[in-house]
Write a protein that binds this ligand. Structure first.
Ligand code: GLY
Ligand code: MN
Ligand code: MN
Length: 486
């Protein structure tokens, strides 16, 4: 209700601007109505990801996990306001993306093992998506409508309002409804400080009307499926990683002392886009000198001085899939003795962690290996006098799942074939730390991506150099030798 009201409000505002600024009265009669006039042609924006049978196979696998009287519904992410009537670039919910490939807002999917009756057919899966609206499309571009969705994704489709009514009609017959991600999980009311949780409110609403129904948020088998990447996902992940690696190499060829962090960020992200990325999977961390000790520094406002290290933690997003790679390099092309000593320690920790990656071992084993190396090396360098203080200089863990989300979903108990994880040890010595001053302000992280295979592991980001001498060589290379766009 509330949402419709807002939408109505926003719609009328847009038209006010249109009529006022752009369309003189004589022209307004020619504005196309809902069923006449030109509308932009629709093209699926991620052709590389358009493999309907892959999504269909995932849905049928998921259907096997659902009880006979249960139903699973997956909602699209909500568009988010940046300021006024300007929205953030839209990003689909990873859950809906994983199961359908739909990249549009206001879509929803239902999966019913028993099937729902519709037009004489019994359907186990159904997509709801708004009808196309030529008036809106003249402003905001073409959108996938029911006809396009049915044709491209090969899914039975209902326009969204009918989909919502159908869903409501099904509730009395169900014993369990799994909701995969409320588009807006909670809302904080600023005066009272109260927080409204969508799930709790919906559960109260359902309890009054459908006492037999259990409402659950999320569906663990779906989470487990997302953790083990299939060949389609690995293809897209490899592409995201290749683009990220090539953008870093291109950056090394151009980075020079005296440049601003923002310039390096611009060069890096421009190259990602040039190579076909849709954008970045998360805000780039481009941190020089002591800024590298701020784990998620994203301001990029500092000028980089001769002799300093630059830590770049970045990832292209390609067809929804995230890369996540970190390299730390000396802007002048040479590590100082202190920088090199710490770089070698982090590299050795990473080598040891990568070597521990294989199926069946604890998820945390790579982390324990990295910690052991860093404890030993920082003690030898005189930076740590008590190895149990390691968290002071290595305060994060070594691995997370990587996939549609940069910190992807998945179990954290045991490594299994198909898991894609990062291996990212680091050492950060903020100024003022209780060690010799020559170490102060050095922050180093090296992050790579590993696929757990049936027999061991594959380093998916292996093409990108990470040894100190290799970085030094690339940093001194001819800046004109930038690779060609494809
Ligand atoms: N870029 C965030 C992380 O490495 O986890
Ligand atoms: Mn990262
Ligand atoms: Mn990471």
């Amino acid at each position: 209700m509330h949402r419709h009201f807002l939408r109505l409000l926003m719609g009328s505002r847009v038209w006010l601007v249109a009529g006022f600024l752009l369309l003189p009265p004589a022209f307004s009669a020619q504005v196309p109505t809902e069923d006449e006039g030109w509308r932009p042609p629709y093209e699926y924006p991620y052709p590389d990801a358009l493999v309907p049978e892959v999504y269909a196979a995932r849905r049928s696998q998921l259907l096997r996990y659902l009880g006979p009287h249960s139903l699973l519904v997956v909602f699209a992410a909500e568009p988010k306001v940046r300021t006024g009537d300007v929205l953030y670039p839209y990003r689909q919910s990873s859950w809906l993306w994983y199961l359908t490939g739909v990249s549009e807002p206001d879509a929803a999917l239902l999966l019913s093992p028993k099937g729902v009756e519709l037009g004489g057919r019994r359907l186990q899966e159904l997509l709801g998506i708004p009808e196309r609206n030529p008036l809106r499309e003249r402003w905001n571009g073409a959108r996938m409508g029911p006809a396009e969705a049915e044709h491209l994704l090969r899914l039975p489709v209902l326009p969204r309002p009918q989909f919502d009514s159908l869903l409501q009609h099904l509730l009395p017959e169900l014993d369990t409804l799994y909701v995969v991600a409320y588009p807006t999980p909670g809302l904080r009311l600023p005066l009272s400080g109260r927080v409204l949780f969508a799930e709790r409110l919906e559960r109260e609403w359902a309890r009054e009307r459908f006492p037999q129904l259990v409402l659950r948020q999320g569906f663990p088998p779906l989470t487990r499926m997302r953790a083990a990447k299939d060949t389609h996902e690995l293809r897209l992940l490899r592409r995201a990683l290749t683009i990220t690696g090539e953008a870093l190499v291109s950056l090394w060829r151009q980075a020079r002392p005296g440049m601003g962090e923002w310039e390096l960020q611009a060069l890096l992200e421009a190259e990602m886009r040039r190579l076909g990325a849709d954008g970045t999977a998360f805000p780039t961390i481009l941190a020089s000198g002591p800024n590298a000790c701020i784990l998620h520094y994203t301001d990029a406002r500092r000028r980089i001085h001769q002799g300093e290290l630059v830590l770049v933690d970045c990832g292209a997003e390609y067809a929804g899939y995230a890369a996540d790679i970190t390299r730390t390099f000396p802007i002048s092309g040479h590590f100082t003795p202190e920088q090199r000593a710490l770089y070698q320690a982090v590299l050795e920790a990473q080598d040891s962690a990568i070597a521990a990656c294989r199926p069946g071992v604890p998820f945390r084993l790579p982390h324990w290996k990295a910690v052991a190396v860093l404890q030993k090396r920082l003690y030898e360098l005189g930076i740590l006098s008590d190895t149990s203080d390691i968290r002071r200089y290595f305060p994060h863990s070594t691995s997370h799942h990587l996939g549609l989300d940069v910190h992807d979903v998945g179990p954290l108990d045991t490594l299994r074939p198909g898991f894609v994880i990062t291996v990212e040890p680091g050492v950060y010595i903020p100024p003022g730390s209780p060690c010799e001053q020559r170490w102060w302000g050095i922050g180093i992280r090296i992050e790579d991506v590993v696929l757990i295979t049936d027999s061991g592991a594959e380093l998916l980001s292996a093409a990108l150099p990470r040894r100190a001498e290799e970085l030094e060589r690339l940093l001194r290379a001819d800046p004109r030798a930038v690779p060609k766009a494809r």
